[in-house]
Design a protein around this ligand. Sequence first.
Ligand code: UDP
Ligand code: MG
Length: 319
Amino acid sequence: MDISVVIPLYNEEESLGELFAWIKKVMDTHGFSYEVIFVNDGSTDRSWQVIEQLHQEYSQVHGIKFRRNYGKSPALFCGFSAAHGDVVITMDADLQDSPDEIPELYRMIMEDGYDLVSGFKQNRKQGDPLSKTIPTKLFNATARKVSGIKNLHDFNCGLKSYRREVVKNIEVYGEMHRYIPYLAKNAGFDKIGEKPVHHQARKFGKSKFMGWNRFVNGYLDLLTLWFLNSFGLKPMHVFGFVGTLMFIIGFLSAFFLGGYKIYCLTTGTPHPLVTSSPHFYIALTMMILGTQLFVAGFLGELISRNSALRNNYQIEKEL
Ligand code: UDP
Ligand code: MG
């Protein structure tokens, strides 16, 4: 099979029929063999009935139905594990992404050798409020910096294409769908490209991602990914290092304070109490914090040693 299209959706009943018809038209024109996997993320409207109907009519349509709303990332994850195509394409269900981009996205994977091609939404202004576009710019700049994927302008575009191995080897959970290129890079798939894609305003319904808390969560997720990638398998290297440094600074300060006090006592020079010097408290805090960090490092090591993923390495080829 050439292409699997994975479509996560939450209450998008009005769009589904039109979206599938459009995808079908594009696929038939180019003669692709394909499947469309609709992942119904706990919709409360008639979305599932529409999918069932489409499935009865067209053998290419498949559906996965969640019992409740889990979020876009879990929906993608389950869609990915069900996909069979050589190239997997993800797309939002709201008709904002154009199926006309599919052939070129497919070609870039198969011919140009990209592992992942991310869409770059053009002419967004019409659809989105300023409260969404400005934070998005900031978000993308940070994601570029932290991930080191310098050529992406739009991490969170729903329209992306992947080589099959990529989706089978990444774990999209929580709200990590915003960072799939980074997940792919961490898994060793670093030929990541971008294609400007046509984007239009939502035709039916409302956006499911509104409000500011998504940016706070987004940054925390990015921090998590960065930490996991840098130190996930060796937590002691970060905690132990910082802990040791702090402990040494604290210990030396305390040592000098004590030494000075003894020196004063033996020579009979007048001297204040050790506890009246601010350095004493700094030294104390440093030593306590240092020890705590060290313990955190040990605990981290114990946890990672028990993790089911500890020996999960990406093997590209075997002979
Ligand atoms: N979506 C989902 N589960 C959710 C929220 C959204 O499957 O909990 C789907 C939604 O139906 C759509 C896609 O994710 O197909 C993108 O959502 P939306 O268009 O609301 O986001 P925006 O385009 O506003 O960023
Ligand atoms: Mg949308």
